[in-house]
Write a protein that binds this ligand. Sequence first.
Ligand SMILES: Nc1ncnc2c1ncn2[C@@H]1O[C@H](COP(=O)(O)OP(=O)(O)OP(=O)(O)O)[C@@H](O)[C@H]1O
Length: 318
Amino acid sequence: MGVEIRVEGLTKSFGSQTIWQDVTLTLPAGEISVMLGPSGTGKSVFLKTLVGLLKPDRGSIFIEGRDLVTLRESDLYEIRKLFGVLFQDGALFGSMSLYDNIAFPLREHTRKSESEIRQIVNEKFELVGLQGAEDKLPGEISGGMRKRAGLARALVLDPEIILFDEPDSGLDPVRTAYLNQLIVDLNAQIDATFLIVTHDINTARTVPDNIGLLYHRHLAMFGPREMLLSSEEPVVRQFLNAQRIGPIGMSEEKDADELAAESGQELPPLPPIPMQLGTSDGTVRRHQREPGGWCRDNGVTPPPRSFSDDSMSEPVAS
Ligand SMILES: Nc1ncnc2c1ncn2[C@@H]1O[C@H](COP(=O)(O)OP(=O)(O)OP(=O)(O)O)[C@@H](O)[C@H]1O
């Protein structure tokens, strides 16, 4: 069914380098959330902290009423079983067939028989559309297939929460579109809580229920997709619309001179809010919101032509 993750006042640093501080957000149960941010803002560190691989300096991560940050290693082990993680490169063992890679967590963490394992592994192969590739080695398949195999492995212990670390990295736009569709279909089928770290603006604009933006060592905003896509907040507006004008510079923040030079320039209008990507068979996800619902409920007028079919054909350059 998916579980809620409530993050409160989370702060992480390495030595004297603060990565982010005071991050507070709730990943709603069963919903798809995306975390965005310029390179190096600590998105991967955030994922690793959620799953308990890194310890924060301060703050709490509540899952099912327990604070992960204060748990002993033995209890943390139990909570970690709720998570499936798709790492950037799939993190597959190069010398094992895809079948053995995907069976690995079941052989390591359960006492299931080989025939039970076969049944589960076959089911996951089918779920990610990799039937027939069981005997291949990771080096023999394309990057897109490796991501699918990594996803099948992340699913094998039936997680309640799935973390995707840049699922689209290294994929061409067509493969990214297929993977995004798989993510949405999967969410409809298994109803787990999804968090996706991505750089891909089109993914961020169309796939999730919620969007977060890490910037300059803090969480600039987190909330429903329509809230961020209609936001006039300069950093959010610049990032989600892939524009040069705004506070984000080439390496970090722009300095005062750079900002002054831009001060007379008019910002391009907000592009239409696209329709959210639906499931491939038309079934409605349990947490899917009605298009325009957030804007209407909050008295926000969305940009012209939002939520129309032609808004889908206007991808934002990323
Ligand atoms: N184990 C570690 N020890 C010390 N510093 C680290 C460690 N892991 C990450 N960092 C630093 O934390 C910062 C954030 O890294 P992270 O990989 O989370 O960024 P990111 O937002 O995911 O970047 P990108 O979008 O480029 O993948 C970087 O400056 C990185 O060098």
